[in-house]
Design a protein around this ligand. Structure first.
Ligand SMILES: NC(=O)c1ccc[n+]([C@@H]2O[C@H](COP(=O)([O-])OP(=O)(O)OC[C@H]3O[C@@H](n4cnc5c(N)ncnc54)[C@H](O)[C@@H]3O)[C@@H](O)[C@H]2O)c1
Length: 255
């Protein structure tokens, strides 16, 4: 038996997650399925996504629906949301998780780079909200969870357009919470600290970086995807029914 919460209100809910094929997204898909939600997720990583569907099915939970979709293609994103609604009914919970934190050098950036990097890190969040909000309005119910990052609080160097995008996600969240709140729709944003996904460990974790991180966090323990996914479950569930427009930082107290 798990030591963590079960949320009866999530059972049967229609959940749509972007970037669900690996990293934190895969954990989101897994945990929402384990709560009995009906999950659809999109990703461009075909192999990892198919493997995830099989793993969850083998664990005895309702298997999620995977749709191969690039979030920078807004028409494809809209079509994927229509497909998810056909499979599971109107979206109750939208999790805007997909992103790409590839490093980029200020001196080498072009206007096209700005467009490419903001497209994958913020633009799709607005269009996914647009696509689900009409149905949520009609049903007067919905929870939207956007993913930002603590990098914009810290001013992390080495990826300025990613950081600017993640700051924009917070502004988008605040505006959408006000705009959609009267119709019973909640919009919140999660700011993860440094989360030890397979990709982060492979690409960026060094012994020096880890030592610095442990010094900066109030609680010197590494964070893993389940630590973030559990925050998303809470924000999706009716337990948080009057929490909206908020930034939730999950970083062991580093900021
Ligand atoms: N891991 C961290 O330390 C950390 C820290 C702060 C914020 N975050 C945020 O949390 C979220 C998840 O982070 P993560 O570390 O799991 O990221 P990740 O890079 O490990 O996974 C992102 C997922 O999105 C998918 N994806 C990428 N581009 C896509 C596209 N164009 N279309 C569809 N899918 C696409 C990838 O294939 C992958 O499955 C992101 O929004 C990220 O910015 C993560």
């Amino acid at each position: 038996m798990s030591d963590f919460a079960s949320y009866p209100s999530l059972k049967g809910r229609s959940v749509f997650i972007s970037g669900g094929g690996s990293g934190i997204g895969a954990e989101l898909v897994t945990q929402f399925c384990a709560q009995g939600a009906r999950v659809a997720f999109i990703d461009v990583a075909e192999e990892a996504s198919q493997a995830l569907v099989e793993t969850i099915g083998r664990a005895g939970h309702p298997a999620p629906v995977f749709i191969n979709c690039d979030v920078t293609d807004i028409d494809a994103l809209r079509a994927a949301i229509v497909q998810a609604e056909a499979a599971h009914g109107g979206i109750d919970v939208l999790v805007n998780n997909a992103a790409n934190d590839q490093r980029h050098k200020l001196a080498e950036l072009t206007p096209d780079d700005w467009t490419r990097i903001t497209d994958v890190n913020v633009r799709h969040q607005l269009f996914a909200i647009q696509a689900v909000s009409e149905g949520m309005r009609r049903r007067r119910h919905g929870s939207i969870i956007n993913f930002s990052s603590v990098t914009w609080l810290k001013g992390t160097p080495g990826l300025p357009v990613y950081v600017a995008s993640k700051a924009a996600v917070v502004g988008l969240t605040r505006a959408m919470a006000r705009e959609l709140g009267p119709d019973g729709i909640r919009v919140n944003v999660i700011l993860p600290g440094w989360i030890m996904t397979e990709r982060q460990v492979r690409l960026w974790l060094t012994p020096e970086g880890e030592a610095r991180l442990m010094q900066n966090q109030c609680i010197p323990e590494k964070l893993y995807p389940p630590d973030v996914a559990r925050m998303a479950l809470f924000l999706a569930a009716d337990d948080s029914r009057l929490i909206t427009g908020q930034s939730l930082v999950v970083d062991g107290g580093a900021t």
